[in-house]
Design a protein around this ligand. Structure first.
Ligand code: BG6
Length: 484
């Protein structure tokens, strides 16, 4: 097995190499593996080892010999400089790969295209024609953005399919590699208690919330070409909704799961401008805080209308979900960093205990929360009697906070996903028809927003986002549940 990791970029340094190291320390990488960095900058193997070495860390749970593993791991890392669109340079890479492979009977190759989208096709082409494995399989990991709309996605797919089969392609959405997201199907289908409630009959609304407490600092130029809907909602949040809302798959096979997810995506009601609120953050200073606004970023074009925040109300037109609002919210530079799924159930009919709830009365319906990050947890808000004499009720939690229940380090999403690529498991990777359906939902509304030059509502850095987002929820009788 040979692992060829593409690029020396930021994601590679922060996520991919550390994930590979963690897999190595825990004995998940194949016995014979090598890692090659490939990018345009000139670097020797030694310099490359120094470059990535700084981002590799041992966890407490890795034990004492993790330090030795550090050197062993780096000895297996090499670097080959080259141009992205040069078959000759990829041939040179392939020659080096063959050198380290030569004693192995069968060598597989994985290419991780952690590169700008404009060069996806060129690199996939060069890698597959000049550097694919002569003796084993070749797999290619592709990172978003998968186009900017339906047309560019279709074009990208067409070009990539000249070089790669669907079987070889692993389209990463790193949210699918997060512990709580993988657990979502377990929670639903391995327990008796949730699935019977999992429908319009009991669920009033579902909220999928992503918020970051930092702005686009340093990434403004890139971000401005996409905006928050393309960056986070069209992929991460929609993927979560499709897993949340799908019917039980025939089996746990990747194709069966993805067949069900795509049906959900295809059942979504066409979006209109009334279903969407967009926002953009402004700087905030005073009281010792000095945070720049989105437009203060030098890399952002002057007067940009790019949304750094959006709320979207999505409806799934099928027997299970008709009429249930799925409210998606994502934003940068908000009050806190968190990602959650919140499931709000209907009020108990009859209201037998309503007057005993005091000020909790208006928030008294049950709510199931899956906190994806930080501090992973699943909890169910229930009404409980306050212990003691008298009959006073309050809202409390049945609480499964992972840190308290499982005393283990949770693997990073990239560790799980990279291991799946090695094992050829595509359950957590996106199929092209899923992306096609996701773009079909968002392309018309994105075009309308852009063509009509819709002004994003402004919100202060560190706030809860624009007020319009609360009105959008209120229109469906919903209150966002992420009030701290
Ligand atoms: C990426 C987005 O896909 O996800 C970023 O492009 C965002 O804008 C990031 O910051 C968030 O990932 P995580 O795992 O840190 O929540």
């Amino acid at each position: 097995m040979l692992w060829c990791c593409h690029s020396a970029g930021d994601l590679a340094k922060k996520k991919i190499y550390p994930a590979l190291f963690a897999l190595y320390v825990e004995g998940h990488l194949p016995k014979n593996f090598s890692i090659f960095g490939y990018a345009r900058s000139k670097m020797s193997d030694e310099e490359f080892r120094e470059y990535i070495g700084g981002s590799l860390t041992c966890r407490l749970s890795d034990g004492e010999n993790c330090g030795d593993k550090f050197d062993e791991f780096l000895e297996r890392c090499f670097y080959q400089p080259g141009q992205y669109a040069s078959e000759d340079d990829f041939r040179a890479l392939s020659d080096r790969l063959s050198e380290v492979e030569k004693e192995k009977e069968k060598a597989n190759r994985v290419f991780y295209l952690s590169i700008p989208p404009s060069i996806f096709t060129a690199v996939a082409g060069c890698a597959s024609t000049a550097a694919s494995s002569p003796s084993g399989w070749t797999r290619v990991i592709v990172e978003k953005p998968f186009g900017k709309d339906s047309e560019s996605f279709a074009q990208l797919e067409k070009e990539l399919s000249n070089y790669l089969t669907e079987d070889q392609m692993y389209r990463i959405d790193h949210y699918l590699g997060k512990e709580l997201i993988e657990n979502l199907t377990v929670l639903r289908f391995a327990n008796l208690v949730f699935e019977p409630l999992w429908s319009r009959q009991y669920i009033r609304n579902v909220q999928v919330i992503f918020s970051e407490d930092f702005g686009t600092e340093g990434r403004g130029g890139y971000f401005d070409q996409y905006g928050i809907i393309r960056d986070v909602i069209q992929n991460h949040l929609l993927q979560i909704v499709s897993l949340f809302a799908m019917e039980a798959p025939v089996s746990l096979a990747a194709e069966h799961i993805r067949n069900e997810k795509v049906k959900v995506l295809r059942s979504m009601k066409k979006l209109s401008l009334d279903d969407v609120v967009i926002g953009q953050y402004r700087g905030r200073s005073g009281s010792g805080v000095d945070k720049p606004g989105y437009l203060d970023d030098d890399t952002v074009p002057e007067g940009s209308l790019c949304p750094t925040f959006a709320s979207v109300a999505v409806f799934i037109n099928n027997a299970r979900w008709a009429g249930v609002p799925f409210l998606l919210k994502a934003g940068k530079a908000l009050a806190s960093r968190r990602a959650e799924i919140r499931v709000q159930f209907h009020q108990v009919p009859g209201g037998l205990y309503q007057d005993k709830l005091g000020h909790d009365g208006d928030r008294s319906s049950n709510e199931l929360v899956l906190r994806i990050q930080p501090d992973e947890a699943i909890y169910l808000k229930i009404i409980n009697k306050v212990p003691g004499l008298g009959l006073n009720l309050d809202v409390t939690k049945l609480d499964l906070t992972y840190k308290q229940r499982y005393n283990i380090h949770l693997p990073d999403a990239y560790e799980r996903l990279i291991l799946d690529v090695i094992n050829g498991d595509k359950r957590l990777f996106i199929r092209n028809d899923e992306l096609d359906a996701a773009w079909a939902l968002f392309t018309p509304i994105l075009k309308e927003i852009e063509e009509k030059k819709i002004q994003p509502e402004t919100y202060p850095y560190g706030s809860r986002g624009p007020i319009g987002s609360h009105y959008l929820a209120a229109k469906y009788g919903v209150r966002w549940g992420d009030i701290l």
